[in-house]
Ligand binder design. Structure first.
Ligand code: ADP
Length: 180
């Protein structure tokens, strides 16, 4: 489905769960690209607080007012997925200086693998720079308020998930890893 006249980018990530930093980057990308596909990466065999379907539902609801955004999941190399759907660019967000090294290394590796795909980094609005999914998971797991970091439907989903895990007597700590 390659459409050369339409400029399409993918915005890949775990989105576990989506938050205002991600939403800000997706909207910034829309200023530059006709279509932005938020691509939820499904790590084979890695336990995750929210399933791929749940993450897709939360992303879709968060960006439902943006008709040029599509949401999908994938479980392969990002560049292979980008090629498969005919995307010309990969969008990533930058928040803190420590992101830079990882993003820079990843961009160089992706360029080596797929030189025809451009990597574009956007810097989030200052008020969102501190937010990360892992911080949100940790705060929510301890019953804290994440309303300033993520939309209400995501905060609700977090409350329900941690209540479920508590009722099951599950040790949720492996899902609240500080690593995203
Ligand atoms: P990962 O790539 O580790 O799975 P995420 O799924 O959370 O991380 O993030 C996807 C993309 O969104 C990455 O490029 C990440 O740098 C970016 N991002 C995450 N949080 C923010 C934020 N608060 N501001 C800007 N960009 C962010």
């Amino acid at each position: 489905m390659r459409q050369d006249h339409i400029c399409c980018a993918i915005y890949p990530g775990s989105f576990n769960p989506i938050h205002y930093g991600h939403i800000d980057i997706a909207r910034r990308a829309l200023r530059m690209f006709d279509i932005v596909i938020v691509a939820v990466y499904v790590h084979p065999g890695k336990p995750s607080l929210f399933s791929a379907e749940e993450r897709i539902t939360l992303v879709t609801e968060s960006l439902k007012d943006e008709p040029r955004i599509r949401v999908a999941s994938y479980d392969k190399l990002t560049v292979d997925y980008a090629r498969e759907i005919g995307a010309q660019a990969i969008v990533r967000g930058l928040r803190v200086f420590s992101d830079f090294e990882l993003e820079f290394r990843m961009a160089l590796a992706n360029r080596r693998l797929a030189p025809e795909i451009e990597i574009v980094n956007f810097i989030a609005a200052e008020e969102h720079l501190h937010i990360s999914s892992s911080t949100i998971r940790e705060i929510a797991s301890l019953g804290g308020d994440v309303a300033s970091m993520t939309p209400p439907h995501v905060a609700g989903a977090l409350r329900r998930r941690f209540a479920e895990l508590k009722a099951q007597g599950s040790n949720s700590s492996f899902m609240v890893s500080l690593n995203d």
